[in-house]
Design a protein around this ligand. Structure first.
Ligand SMILES: Cc1ncc(COP(=O)(O)O)c(C=O)c1O
Length: 421
């Protein structure tokens, strides 16, 4: 039985949740799998696996194209999933939910299209020092294309944003200037676990006429995200980090902005009328959904958000926080262990280094004991530079994880340290 009063109080019964994840029955090197790599990719509950399976078994066909029954059923399933996602993030309209291949594709769409729409030479794009490469490189490319300047909000020693610390800018001025056209910021850092004050930043951005893009890849699995409450213009996330299949993601966009944004990818499905002289585009969201979509993935994403709703977001978050608290306390007992990312507001992500131990070696030894963690730079090389490390070991929690598994991680890390030092 899991000793976790908060999560139990909120109704999360971890012993009932675990059997819903078939992969947890796997043995790794002869040991029960302990999966602490949820921030890289989450595991899938049976309901999602069965939804994808059922799609292929019973209604597989292309969407929006046919007059035949299967095509209509596939279209209905896709649009029901869109509505489920709309509800999950509280978007105003279902057509504000654009299906993409994932956060990376969503951010590339945003950077390309907003670049075309907004950026002129000398304009500024503001990002932060804790961004994933997927929220850095597309903006670098957009800046190169349009002669704009990339500015970066620095990160404090605790792993929070230093909003008054932009190099070359007076501290009293804050991060925005009258040339800041886009703010692109992660809601939650995949490496540090920090929850950024997105709502406040979006409000400030609005006062400067800045368009806001939020990378929600690590937030949507853990927080009850309400895009209308946040007030952001665009919000990107991936299915595979939130119990859904790989290869499917979302770009939410405010209707008025999506209407103005030029398309990114082009071809079939995104057009209204094509002639060799001129093409007009389909209405939202199809203007941004060129080609045959990942229909099975969309169906799986719809089921994933329904599953999250039934499991209870608050109860799952409470379980993850209990795990984080326990792991933080116990890991810090290990001699030479340093936690990278000690912000006041965090999700269940814990990155650490251990003096004299290479993260790759530690990760390999943990794997031999059945424990899956992520090691390396986590696609945040500038953040690694900021903290003067070349990588960390990262454990990231899901609600099916238990305090006993955290204890197993700590014990295994202790054994590994003895071997490696
Ligand atoms: C914060 C953040 N942004 C973007 C991404 C990219 O997501 P994907 O690889 O699913 O496109 C990730 C994935 O790790 C992430 O953690």
């Amino acid at each position: 039985m899991i000793m976790n009063t908060t999560a139990e109080h909120l109704g999360l019964d971890v012993e009932r949740i675990r059997p819903q994840f078939p992969i947890l029955n796997e043995l790794v090197h002869g040991r029960p799998l302990v999966y602490f790599d949820n921030a890289a990719s989450g595991q899938k509950p049976l309901r999602v696996i069965e939804a994808v399976d059922g799609y292929y078994r019973r209604i597989n066909a292309n969407v929006h194209r046919g007059v035949h029954t299967l095509s209509n059923l596939a279209t209905e399933a896709q649009e029901a999933a869109r509505e489920a996602v709309r509800d999950h993030i509280n978007a105003k309209h279902a057509h504000e939910v654009v299906f993409t291949a994932g956060t990376t594709a969503s951010l590339n769409l945003a950077a390309y299209s907003l670049g075309q729409l907004l950026l002129k030479p000398g304009d500024e794009v503001l990002i932060t020092g804790m961004e994933h490469h997927a929220n850095i490189v597309p903006w670098q490319l957009a800046c190169e294309r349009h002669g704009a300047v990339l500015k970066v909000v620095p990160v404090t020693e605790q792993g929070e944003l230093d909003l008054a610390g932009i190099p070359g800018q007076a501290r009293t001025d804050g991060p925005f200037t009258d040339r800041t056209k886009v703010l692109a910021i992660s809601h939650v850092s995949n490496t540090l676990g920090t929850i950024n004050p997105v709502k406040e930043l979006v409000a400030e951005a609005k006062r400067h006429g800045t368009t806001t893009v939020v990378d929600g890849a690590q937030a949507v699995p853990h927080l009850s995200v309400d895009v209308q409450d946040l007030g952001c213009d665009l919000y990107a996330f991936s299915g595979h980090k939130m119990y859904a299949p790989t290869g499917i993601g979302v770009l939410y966009g405010r209707e008025e902005l999506l209407e103005r944004m030029p398309p990114w990818q082009s071809g079939g499905e995104m057009i209204d009328r094509v002639t060799f002289e001129k093409t007009t585009y389909a209405k939202l969201p199809f203007k941004f959904e060129a080609g045959t979509p990942h229909i099975a993935g969309i169906v799986g994403l719809g089921e994933a958000v329904r599953w999250m709703h039934d499991a209870g977001m608050a109860a799952m978050a409470a379980q993850e926080l209990a795990l984080l608290e326990h792991a933080t306390k116990e890991l810090l007992q290990i001699d030479g262990l340093r936690i990278i990312g000690t912000a006041a507001k965090k999700v269940g992500v814990i990155s650490f280094t251990i003096e004299g131990v290479h993260h790759y070696d530690l990760g390999t030894l943990l794997d031999q004991q059945g424990i899956a963690v992520r090691t390396g730079h986590h696609c945040t090389q500038p953040l690694m530079d900021r903290f003067g490390v070349n990588g960390t070991t990262r454990a990231s929690f899901a609600p099916f994880n238990t305090l006993a598994e955290v204890d197993a991680l700590v014990a295994a890390a202790r054994r590994a340290v003895k071997l490696l030092r």
